[in-house]
Design a protein around this ligand. Sequence first.
Ligand code: ZN
Length: 133
Amino acid sequence: MIERVPVREGLFEEADGGRLYANRCASCGRVYFPQAPFCFDCLEKEMKEVILSRRGRLYSYTIGRMASTHFQPPYAVGLIDLPEGVRVFAPLVMTEDETYRIGMDMELMIDELWQEDDRQIMGYRFKAVAGSR
Ligand SMILES: [Zn+2]
């Protein structure tokens, strides 16, 4: 029996195709993902939870060509700008014909990141929105 385990608690839920949980400073409005314990800009302690949009734009990306602990090359990682004004670092879906372009529309998905022992480590990725390349 394989157990599904989130890569980190409190980052996301699988509902509705995936939701990322951020928070917003009650004073200056800056949005943080992952959630911040207080605002690093203005030091406000009151933070309100925000569910981020599932779609954004690719700000930048790179293709990893060397093996890392959990990802076999080639693998893609990128920065996605979301409408809430936050830039999210995430692995991108990588297939042989996957070509990314800065500025393209990206969509969130919840996916297995890797397996260890009898656990499936779940996290989030972004993929190109169909028809946006
Ligand atoms: Zn603030």
